[in-house]
Design a protein around this ligand. Structure first.
Ligand SMILES: Cc1cc2nc3c(=O)[nH]c(=O)nc-3n(C[C@H](O)[C@H](O)[C@H](O)COP(=O)(O)O)c2cc1C
Length: 191
């Protein structure tokens, strides 16, 4: 079983990455092979709505020559997908949303490639905007026929300087329980 954890932060040593690492550690302990995909090392342009992906029927996006294809392939191969974003002016980052827009459009044009995969989002901010950024990502999971487990709080963390989310004990506990629930559900789904 595989999990792909997608980091939408453009910052090195990001708080989002810290939380995703906690989730990854829990999943690994549950016997799940994990990869954290950093988007900051990649170029992913926004969807241009040409619908070429729907005509190609190849689960690819023919519109752009960028780093989208290999990441989409990893998403398709994963049993669990977790996304994470810092809050930027109340929203998820454009890096993450560009990936989710295109992956979602290709998926929906090719018979729902993410059906019944397990996963969900998390968000990190200095002060405010977590809930919207969490929900913004959540919409992507639930329109793509995916299964999103809960936790003991919403999947959010507080931090400003890079790495400072490590001091948010409740945030980390929430993310770890969410990851444990992802593993629990994914094992049940796999039968
Ligand atoms: C462009 C930009 C916009 C931001 N907007 C918000 C915001 O709306 N609310 C907030 O609480 N923090 C905001 N922040 C702070 C970040 O969310 C915070 O530093 C977070 O920990 C960054 O996570 P990262 O290390 O994973 O990138 C913003 C930071 C940047 C660079």
């Amino acid at each position: 079983m595989k999990a792909l954890l997608i980091n939408g932060s453009p910052r090195e040593g990001s708080n989002t990455g810290v939380l995703l690492q906690h989730a990854s550690d829990v999943l690994e302990r549950e016997g799940i092979e994990c990869e954290i995909q950093e988007l900051r090392q990649n170029t992913i342009h926004g969807c241009i709505g040409c619908a070429a992906c729907r005509k190609s029927r190849n689960a690819e996006c023919p519109a752009h020559k960028d780093d989208f294809g290999p990441i989409l392939a990893k998403m398709i191969a994963a049993d669990i997908i977790i996304t994470g974003s810092p809050v930027y002016f109340g929203s998820a980052t454009p890096e993450l949303m560009a990936l989710l827009d295109r992956a979602g459009y290709v998926s929906r044009g090719n018979g729902n490639l993410f059906s019944r995969k397990v996963g969900g989002p998390l968000a990190v901010a200095r002060r405010a905007g977590h809930n919207f950024t969490y929900a913004q990502q959540l919409y992507w999971f639930t329109i793509n026929d995916m299964i999103v487990p809960g936790s003991t709080y919403w999947n959010i963390g507080f931090g400003s300087a890079a790495g400072s989310v490590s001091e948010d004990e409740e945030g980390i506990r929430t993310i770890e329980r969410f990851a444990a629930n992802c593993a629990w559900v994914a094992h049940k789904v796999a039968g």
